[in-house]
Design a protein around this ligand. Structure first.
Ligand code: NAD
Length: 549
């Protein structure tokens, strides 16, 4: 029974970022939790229909910075478990989709408070250990951004539901924001714990039921996030979490006639493959699946001759190397004019030399390891390629996987403006620089726009206002998140809705009502208070004098 009232959820606030500075209580609590989680080796089940389901086949969740340390043995799904998850989602759909929206929202708002409070240290510790994030990087992802998604989405739902058509006297026109018919398949990447939480929970908030497959390299933190949702009272079967190989789980899910939507974040290549599969299967689906995907990037920092060199260098260090460059928004190509390059270069080299890299449990480290052996190989090969192509490795350039997958923060400079490392996404701590003639600003704007297929984030640095205006115009489609005199990373929910176009995705803007709107299929209802009782319109009546005019 629904409660009478038009309810307003609490006004969302961004969750404050804790400092973890020496002597703070959060630092002590986090260190203790890191030790506990590191000291055990757990078994991780799928969660299907609210039940823990263990598979015979498992894979190991390890620490990227200490690759022989196993955190958990994770259940690995086959097609039959994916089908169980689809069945559980179907069974839960009726009750969940007709639950009053404020009840659904209250569950996620409670999850936000659990995460901001008693679960904070656990999610941070799990993300640090499993994805090799520093305390700060884990905090802004697994806690603050996740909390922000849940708090803000509760407000966005009201904005969507409030969008109603005009009703002239005598009728009432209504829009009903029905959830999709079928299940939503949420597929998340390794690099942000909160992306997995948002991809699965934003369709659920709108009344959908979900099958969620996280990246295997982020299984450990996904497991704890699911526990938070269960503790918040999420009914069984609303989100069904299965781990396993992308193609095994993906092919089974995409083959289902009940597929109603895909909520994906990951590489362009995988997303393209899923879209092709949907195309092949299109006549077997009951509905046209909604396809939402945020994919790769080759994000730029472009400095104008009027830019402040220190600001540019700082933006590169933070924007390219935090979390080892494994952010879809990380700056990986840099365009600097010849007049300020000597100063930017000197500053970059000096700053990078002070960066400490290692186990994130040691809080002095600014960087951890890259996620796995395949990423390590990609970066090692890219650096070798730069050397053999005659590009200069300005700083960094060495890699070491004896203990964990460590890649030094690396700045490469090239004189070849079409060099592959200026075009292809590497997803690691490598930034490639092209120094342009300070008189060729206009050409450089075109170069930035044309070089890479992606259009996710980009930053322009200038003090000359007309240059900022020119960049705005010339780079209109080069980035979905565009920054002026700031690094291109660190989008905040409620402040900078996130996503890009071209090869970077469908640009449905995570952390905004534009994303949530993809998870509903509206029904328009027209009600007439006095129904017509005669089919004849007045114009059909004969003229009074019988003359034809
Ligand atoms: P990935 O594409 O390798 O994997 C993403 C997910 O897809 C994983 O869960 C994986 O198991 C799954 N997958 C793989 N093959 C599949 C298949 N055939 N069917 C279904 N699912 C399949 O990406 P990743 O390495 O985890 O993450 C890095 C990538 O994500 C980078 O390209 C990065 O730019 C991108 N990313 C983009 C954004 C954004 O908002 N645009 C945010 C974060 C990451």
């Amino acid at each position: 029974m629904s409660a009478p009232g038009i309810f307003t959820p609490p006004t969302p606030q961004n969750e404050p970022i804790k400092s973890y500075a020496p002597g703070t209580p959060e630092r002590a609590e986090l260190k203790a939790r890191l030790k506990e989680l590191e000291g055990e080796r757990i078994r991780i089940p799928h969660v299907i229909g609210g039940k823990d389901v263990y598979s015979d086949e498992t894979f190991e969740a390890v620490e990227p910075h200490h690759k022989s340390h196993v955190l958990a043995d994770v259940s690995k799904a086959g097609p039959e478990q994916v089908q169980q998850a689809i069945d559980a989602a179907r069974d839960a759909h009726g009750e969940w989709s007709s639950m009053p929206w404020h009840e659904r929202a209250a569950i996620f708002l409670r999850a936000a408070e659990l995460l901001a409070g008693p679960w904070r240290a656990t999610l941070n510790a799990a993300t640090m250990l499993n994805q090799s994030k520093t305390a700060h990087q884990a905090e802004i992802d697994a806690v603050c951004e996740m909390v922000d998604f849940w708090r803000y989405n509760a407000e966005f739902i009201v904005r969507i539901y409030s969008e109603q058509p005009y009703s002239p006297t005598g009728t009432w026109n209504r829009m009903e924001y029905r959830p999709l018919e079928g299940f939503v398949f949420a597929v998340s990447p390794f690099n942000f714990t909160c992306i997995g939480g948002n991809l699965s929970s934003s369709p659920a908030l709108m009344g959908n039921t979900v099958v969620w497959k996280p990246a295997s390299t982020a299984a450990f933190s996904a497991y704890f996030l699911m526990r938070v949702l269960q503790a918040a009272g999420l009914p069984d079967g609303v989100i069904n979490l299965v781990y396993g190989s992308g193609s095994t789980v993906g092919n089974a899910a995409l083959a289902s006639p009940e597929l109603a939507g895909i909520h994906f974040t990951g590489s362009t290549e995988v997303f393209n493959g899923m879209w092709e599969t949907v195309g092949t299967n299109i006549s077997s689906y009951r509905n046209y699946p909604r396809i939402v995907g945020e994919t790769g990037g080759k994000d730029f920092i472009l400095a104008h001759p009027s830019a402040e060199a220190e600001a540019v260098a700082t933006a590169v260090v933070r924007g390219s190397f935090e979390y080892q460059g494994q952010k879809c928004s990380a700056a990986s190509r840099l365009y600097v004019p010849s007049n300020i390059w000597p100063e930017v270069k000197e500053r970059l080299v000096a700053d990078v030399a002070t960066i400490k890299m290692g186990d994130p449990s040691d809080f002095e480290n600014f960087m951890g390891a890259v996620i796995d052996s395949s990423a390590f190989e990609t970066h090692t090969n890219a650096i070798a390629e730069a050397r053999s192509a005659g590009a200069e490795v300005l700083t960094g350039g060495s890699t070491d996987d004896s203990e964990g997958y460590f890649v030094q923060p690396t700045v490469i400079t090239t004189e070849d403006k079409g060099f592959r490392l200026l075009r292809d996404e590497l997803f690691g701590p490598i930034v490639t620089t092209y120094v342009y003639d300070e008189k060729r600003w206009d050409d450089t704007l075109r170069l930035v726009d044309d070089t890479a297929p992606y259009a996710l984030t980009g930053a322009v640095f200038a003090t000359d206002r007309s240059a900022i205006e020119e960049a705005h115009e010339a780079l209109r489609y080069a980035a979905g998140n565009f920054y002026v005199n700031d690094k291109p990373t660190g989008a905040v929910v409620g402040q900078q809705p996130f996503g890009g176009s071209r090869a970077s995705g469908t640009n449905d803007k995570a952390g905004s009502m534009w994303n949530l709107i993809r998870w509903v299929t509206p029904r328009t209802v027209k009600e007439t208070f006095l129904s017509a009782t005669d089919y004849r319109y007045p114009f059909l009546a004969p003229d009074g004098d019988g003359r034809v005019t």
